[in-house]
Design a protein around this ligand. Structure first.
Ligand code: 9MR
Length: 382
């Protein structure tokens, strides 16, 4: 399975012979020069998403932290269609090039996110060339092909894996009725996979979606993955985003989906992990980005920092998730958190704008949280 894993040969941590009292400081010391990526080097890649701000400002502190802790990076936003290819003849290469330079120089696994998605598209993508009406099927296919060939081609051999299609399934209702689907039908997925594969036959090609623990959604995805494989459509992996909460979903549902995708013949990537600690209201336990819930102070209880008891709950939840990932380390290629420190998380503004969320492994001062230590401790001999 993991060509990628073999490429990364990091020095392993010297076994720590420590008493429980010393454990925390010994761990901290050991991790100063190394990171989670080293602890998990025999299990799976450990990744993070890199924000536009980090790339624009060339934020040294953040980039150093990323290089120390992670061996895989995903562009959080800068490779999405609307950002990298905002107009038919305009490509914005600067930020993606910076990311690829940074990661290539450090021998990191780079994940291209994402080739075809219904959200964050270019303004004119679905408009007819004449400027009025909807684009024809053939013209849209041509645009998609040109986009994929140009983007995958530019980074051929350097981007190890692509989220080829993102979020094309509408929970347990089947295909999402997106513009892509309305104009092209489900065939758009196959075309995207074929073109990406033609351009870079060595790249791992993934289908990526949220709420993949939902049994109906997982079944639908596993079925089309099987069908693709049977018909020679080049799909190699499924991305389970993993935008979860402290008590949803049930870990057993998450596990059932990992097994289902593995049985369908692909590897599993955990692509966008974060754990929402804030109160839920309505349909807020989802990553459907059109969801909006109005702000109120009751929905924002930890604006001055996360109390110890909540830090512990978060740590236990991360521990539970990583125990599951370790249990299925032969099926899982990569675990990526959706951002590095809490201040940069999309969860501060979703689904309620303007809150203070604490979903990641590093706090607002870029310091490791108890959740980080819980994840590290799973791989540290005591
Ligand atoms: O984290 C991303 C955020 O900065 C963007 O505003 C948002 C809007 O599209 O997208 C976020 O990332 C999404 C990812 O690309 C796909 N899965 C869901 C993620 C969270 O919305």
């Amino acid at each position: 399975m993991l060509m990628s894993r073999r490429r990364f040969c990091h020095q392993s941590l010297v076994a720590l012979s420590i008493t429980p009292v010393l454990k925390k400081s010994a761990l901290a010391q050991a991790l100063r020069s190394t990171g989670l990526k080293d602890l998990y080097k025999d299990d799976f890649l450990i990744g993070t998403a890199v924000s536009n701000r980090t790339l624009q400002e060339e934020d040294r502190a953040m980039l150093d932290l990323i290089a120390r802790e992670f061996n895989a990076v995903t562009a959080e936003n800068c490779m999405k269609w609307g950002q990298i290819h905002p107009e038919a003849e305009r490509w914005e290469w600067e930020l993606p090039d910076r990311l690829v330079r940074f990661a290539t120089g450090r021998n990191m696994y780079i994940l291209g996110h994402t080739l075809v998605w219904h959200s964050q598209t270019a303004r004119d993508l679905f408009r007819a060339a004449s400027g009025t009406g909807v684009i024809t099927r053939d013209d849209l296919l041509r645009k998609m092909e040109d986009h994929i060939r140009t983007l995958v081609g530019r980074y051929k051999g350097r981007i190890a894996a692509w989220d080829v299609v993102n979020e094309a399934v509408d929970e347990d209702k089947g295909w999402r009725r997106s513009r892509w689907f309305e104009i092209l039908g489900p065939e758009f997925l196959e075309k995207a996979f074929h073109w990406a594969h033609e351009v870079d036959p060595k790249a791992q090609l993934l289908y990526n979606d949220y709420n993949m623990h939902n049994p109906g959604k997982a079944k639908f995805v596993a079925e089309f993955v099987r069908d693709f494989k049977k018909r020679g459509v080049p799909i190699h992996g499924v991305g389970m985003q993993g935008h979860v909460g402290l008590d949803y979903p049930d870990i057993r549902e998450f596990e059932a989906s990992v097994l289902l995708f593995a049985e369908a013949g692909v590897t599993v990537h955990i692509t966008e992990l974060d754990v929402d600690v804030l109160p839920q209201r309505g349909a807020s336990g989802t990553a459907e980005i059109s969801t909006r819930v109005e702000y109120s102070t009751e929905l924002n209880p930890w604006s001055d920092g996360l109390p110890t008891e909540m830090q512990d709950r978060l740590a236990r939840r991360y521990e539970e998730l990583f125990r599951l990932f370790l249990k299925h380390r032969n099926l899982i290629d990569r675990v990526t958190t959706w951002g590095t420190s809490d201040d940069e998380s999309w969860k501060n503004n979703f689904p309620v704008p303007g809150r203070t969320n604490h979903p990641l492994l590093f706090d607002r001062k870029k310091q490791p949280k108890p959740a980080y230590r819980a994840v590290a401790a799973l791989k540290t001999p005591s």
